[in-house]
Write a protein that binds this ligand. Sequence first.
Ligand code: BEZ
Ligand code: FE
Length: 290
Amino acid sequence: MDLQGDDLTEAVVASFEGSPDPRTRIVMSALVRHLHAFAREVDLTEDEYFTAIDFLTRTGQISTGTRQEFVLLADVLGLSMLTVGLGNRKPPEATQSTVFGPFFVEGSPEVEIGGDIANGAPGQPCLVSGKVLNLNGEPVAGALVETWQADEEGFYDVQKDLDAPQNRGHLTTDAEGNYAFWSVKPVAYPIPDDGPVGGLLRAGGRGPMRPAHIHFMVAAPGYARLITHVFAAGDEYLQNDAVFGVKDSLIADFTEHAAGTKAPDGKTPDQSYYTVHYDLVLAAIEETQQ
Ligand code: BEZ
Ligand code: FE
């Protein structure tokens, strides 16, 4: 047979032609062609090939249900954000989507509107509020708002040994579409960089930092599910997010208030605190273009 060069590539592509699933044929033929083109373009050496196999082996070995090293790899290569863009084509007036990240946990605590999700997490208190709206500017009542974020030390609760959740919760919007909760002011933090992906970042002369943000996942019947973040204006890593997740429309001002001043919800914290207001705008399913 002596397959080499383009003949080898085409033989591998042809080997998938018997797949009963047309999408498998399309995806695998493109994957093989691009993979072979990549190896040819860089003139891949056998040493580099074995280094890559070792990297992927270690990426698999460190992965668990909660340590998602392959997701992290897709994140730092921009593949996650590329897929978010392809999967969420919607009008620019809708709140834009960004990466899900590895720190969402099913079954977060339910909180009342205006309740506290910090649950003792270290950090300066922060009142997060806004409305869930549709593209006509009308409130979406009864929307499920899930939120999660890191504390002042840059850690999510799942990265610490805790008995109860901190800085995560879910609530339901009221008749005017309002949501509100107290958490702590988020800070910039490094993505987990003690594994193979951290090594890749260092080899590439890159840093692991993400700018300060709060995660949201919003669901309501008839609307496309929104997965996004609200980023803190002025953060030094906004231009340099390790996972390329920042969109200008997702940046909001976090305003500091002195201790003893009344917050918009009528509470008067005895320490200085922040407020941030951000409306989350949902596209109806038929307003998204897949
Ligand atoms: C996060 O924002 O939680 C996150 C996203 C991607 C990789 C690591 C963390
Ligand atoms: Fe995060």
